[in-house]
Design a protein around this ligand. Structure first.
Ligand code: ZN
Length: 267
């Protein structure tokens, strides 16, 4: 629970009822919301943004959507999908909002994305109830090493290096954003904007994504969904541009905040 002055330790403030592990809170999301909505009276503790970890640090599943913005599909020479492209980032790549990202061999690219955090199990649900299964939204980067990605049909491994899935800076419940289906997303490298889009432009909306995944798999509390990126990635530039040691990548969603990562030498 975050205010302008700081945050509340949910485990302490709830007398041990919720947490301390974030996943334990997602498992009881409705009860947690009811408790939080009553107003938390505990004093807030100031914190540094860099102290924050991922809102859902150990998701059991991470789903990602490919070619979900028409402008990105076009720049990447993909047909606009009629069947949703779904792949996974493996959960060990999920990290906090301000982590350094070690640069692996190859060509590492950026993808600013809206990330959905599930708050309720979902399987075979109606599309108009999809958002009811969401705990909240957050910001993510889907860092992608393009040499490995393009060398195989399965993308997941190339997008799962350590810290290739930073998320945060916090989870924002959908009642706290003006329009959950039209969020303004940007990415800047060393202060220069490289991506800008609005989530209303998605080929498949958040509701459609959740419904489609849940028509096959079971979505679990704390699971993440990376909803796809807009145009402006490095791969499609002429000539292509990739991240280098020392670059600072800032990813923002208006009304939510920003995450920021420094690219460091790989080990
Ligand atoms: Zn992506």
């Amino acid at each position: 629970v975050v205010t302008d002055e700081g945050g509340v330790d949910v485990h302490e403030a709830s007398g041990g009822r919720f947490g301390p592990a974030p996943r334990d809170v997602f498992e009881q999301w409705e009860a947690f919301r009811a408790w939080a909505d009553e107003g938390v009276s505990s004093p807030v503790t100031p914190f540094e943004p860099g102290d924050l970890g991922a809102p859902s640090p150990l998701p059991r599943q991470v789903f990602s959507i490919g070619a979900n913005y028409p402008d990105h599909a076009e720049e990447a020479d993909f047909a606009i999908p009629t069947t949703m492209e779904v792949f996974s980032k493996f959960p060990t790549c999920i990290a906090g909002p301000y982590v350094d990202v070690p640069l692996p061999d190859g060509d590492t690219d950026w993808e600013a994305e809206l990330v959905i955090v599930m708050g309720k199990e979902a399987h075979n649900i109606a599309e108009d109830s999809a958002w009811d299964h969401v705990a909240g939204v957050t910001i993510g980067q889907d860092y992608s090493e393009r040499v490995r990605q393009m060398a195989a049909s399965q993308w997941g491994l190339a997008k799962s290096h350590p810290n290739f899935g930073p998320t945060g800076p916090w989870l924002v419940t959908t009642d706290a954003v003006e329009d959950k289906d039209d969020l303004d997303i940007t990415c800047a490298i060393n202060g220069e904007q490289v991506q800008h889009g609005r989530s209303a432009r998605m080929v498949f909306s958040v509701s459609q994504i959740i419904t489609e995944i849940a028509s096959i798999s079971t979505l679990l509390p704390g699971d993440l969904i990376f909803t796809g990126t807009m145009s402006g990635v490095g791969l499609t530039r002429k000539p292509p541009v990739y991240l280098k040691v020392g670059d600072v990548v800032t990813t923002e969603i208006a009304g939510i905040g920003k995450i920021e990562n420094r690219i460091v030498a790989g080990t």
